[in-house]
Design a protein around this ligand. Structure first.
Ligand code: FAD
Ligand code: SIN
Length: 538
């Protein structure tokens, strides 16, 4: 394990005697599907507080389109879903985790349906679609291409009705509070109330991913990797950070936000064409448009280069207009808002950062190496995805591990009958004065650097260059104390960008989503293992 000792433990000074306190049994940080579901489970054991840095619904979950992968069709089988997942993961999945998650998936989905989540049906059965790397149509979806919204809204409703759960939105978790190696809650900053200390017996991190580290991304603005950076500062082990997944088809219209064009569009027959109008994916992989995502992303980039163009096209003009409107209402209306009628015109697309496969290392019960701290959802690294994630396996993992984190936190409460303790803590940081720092400029430079040098294709020279620039920026950004989320987010983004770059530099091979143009083959002799990182000075 690589231990790096350059990070101070807290981002801000604090004196718990002078700050307002909240006591709760379980603190859940994050209100996407993983956080909400874990809260519902944890509430079986006691009082739960969910905090979220934006409004409650804003999350990657809310934007999820394609669906949730699970075995519901009688012609499909658990064995085949397991095989597809292991194959995509290229030797780095934990087979036990894969087996457990895939077998438990349908149970979690039925539970959601019993509580009122409505997924799409066709001919009296759950409607199923295909996505890249899946050998069967096994992706269930809601309101066509709005699966995440359907699940998120149903869970928010359940949470609202649960008298044991309270919520605090627009509350930025700055740091986890740890006493003698055990997590005891977190320090928050509320947009009206300022700093608040939350003391909790059990804490669940469900803060999602970090797509915002990249200039081109499908992710929500909240996805800045705060939870992963926070966990690192407290001494949690991180793993597999080099495995950042890029989605091949993001709407490319200069000046517009990069909206995802779901893989399910290719699952329903969408064809990728280059600038000249030629279909190209069959030249790269036998599964053509439904090849695993890393292959499609690199093929798209290759075509962009060879045709010297900014994008390629996704062609759905052969699919009936009525079908497009019913099956992909969200994509239809996003494109229409840019005056693109997708039944007549091709959709301009290119790849962008989509999903963090690695994260906070957790065991089978969602526990981290820090006592009383659990992690689930995209922030966690469970071993399900290995070196590449199959489409729609993420929401599945959120359901299973969200449930586990909540269940384990509730079980943890049973062991301690007393209320959450308040611990006197006084941290006085020695920091440099803030002088003339343009945070927005550094943030944009970081995103461009990560896209250019730590993106879809990597090599030693560019990774080293990125590492040096990030180290230089860190010297003056990480040594300061900020007083608002803009500064803390930037500090978290810099921390994580450095760790991703370091891991990507270390892995001298190509595997799954990690493509090294200077080491183009998979090297099982040296690299059939995980890269883990831990802050040596928590
Ligand atoms: P999120 O849903 O991202 O929630 C994170 C939460 O943490 C938010 O509430 C946020 O406010 C909060 N938070 C973060 N930092 C802080 C902080 N410092 N303080 C307080 N709160 C904080 N996967 C699939 O399986 N199927 C799909 O169809 C699919 N489609 C996708 C489409 C898009 C556009 C994107 C971006 C992703 C998609 N994914 C899909 C991936 C999947 O949606 C995510 O991996 C999953 O929703 C993550 O859920 P989560 O609960 O872990 O995190
Ligand atoms: C998509 O709809 O293409 C995204 C699915 C996923 O990321 O799992």
């Amino acid at each position: 394990m690589e231990r790096i000792s350059e990070l101070r433990r807290y981002l801000v000074s604090l004196n718990t005697r002078h700050l307002p306190h909240i006591d709760t049994d379980v603190l859940v940080i994050g209100s996407g599907v993983a956080g909400l579901l874990s809260a519902v489970e944890a509430a079986r054991g006691g009082r739960v507080l969910i905090v979220s840095k934006d409004k409650l619904g804003e999350s990657n979950t809310m934007h999820a389109q394609g669906g949730i992968a699970a075995v519901f069709d009688t012609s499909d089988s658990f064995e085949e879903h397991i095989k597809d997942t292991l194959e995509a993961g290229q030797g780095l999945c934990n087979p036990k985790v894969v087996e457990e998650v895939i077998r438990e998936g349908p149970r979690r989905i039925r539970w959601l349906m019993e509580l009122g989540t409505s997924f799409d049906h066709e001919d009296g059965h759950l409607a199923l679609t295909r996505e890249g790397g899946h050998s069967h149509a096994r992706v269930i979806h809601g309101k066509g291409d709005s699966t995440g919204m359907v699940v998120e809204e149903a869970l928010l409703e359940i949470v609202k009705r649960n008298s044991r759960i309270s919520t605090l939105d627009h509350s930025f978790a700055i740091d986890l509070l740890a006493v003698e190696g055990a997590c005891r809650g977190a320090l928050l900053w509320h947009r009206h109330k300022g700093k608040i200390v939350v003391w909790a017996k059990e804490t669940i991190l469900a803060t999602g991913g970090c797509g915002q580290l990249y200039r081109e991304t499908t992710n929500s603005p909240v996805a800045t990797g705060d939870g992963i950076a926070m966990a690192y500062r407290v001494g949690a082990v991180l793993e597999d950070l080099e495995f950042v997944q890029f989605h091949p088809t993001t709407l490319y219209i200069a000046g517009a936000a990069r909206a995802l064009i779901s893989e399910a569009v290719r699952g329903e027959g969408g064809i990728l064409r280059n600038k000249k109008g030629e279909r190209f994916m069959q030249r790269y992989h036998p599964m053509a448009e439904l090849a695993p995502r890393d292959i499609v992303s690199r093929s798209v980039l290759h075509e962009m280069r060879s045709t010297d163009y900014t994008h390629v096209y996704l062609d759905v003009r052969h699919i009936p207009r009525e079908r497009l409107i019913v099956r992909f209402p969200k994509i239809w209306s996003i494109c229409a808002s840019f005056h693109i009628d997708i039944s007549r015109e091709m959709i301009p697309v290119r790849p962008s950062a989509h999903y963090m496969i690695g994260g906070i290392k957790v065991g089978g019960r969602a526990h981290t190496n820090i006592r009383h701290l659990y992690a689930c959802g995209e922030a966690a690294s469970t071993g399900l995805h290995g070196a590449n994630r199959l489409g729609s396996n993420s929401l599945l993992e959120c359901l299973v591990y969200g449930h586990r984190a909540g269940r384990e936190a509730a079980a943890g409460l049973k062991k301690t009958k007393s209320r959450a303790h308040a611990y006197p803590m006084e941290i006085e940081l020695e920091v440099e004065k803030l002088k003339g720092l343009d945070l927005e400029d550094i943030r944009e430079s970081l995103k461009s650097l990560m896209w250019r040098d730590v993106g879809v294709e990597r090599d030693r020279e560019h990774l080293k260059d990125a590492g040096e620039k990030l180290a230089q920026w860190s010297e003056y950004v990480l040594s300061k104390e900020f007083h608002s989320p803009q500064g803390w987010e930037l500090q978290n983004m810099l921390t994580l960008a450095k760790l991703i770059t370091l891991s990507a530099l270390e892995r001298e091979e190509t595997r799954g989503v990690h493509y090294r143009s200077d080491f183009t083959s998979r090297d099982d002799t040296h690299w059939k293992r995980h890269i883990t990182l831990q802050n040596a000075r928590p």
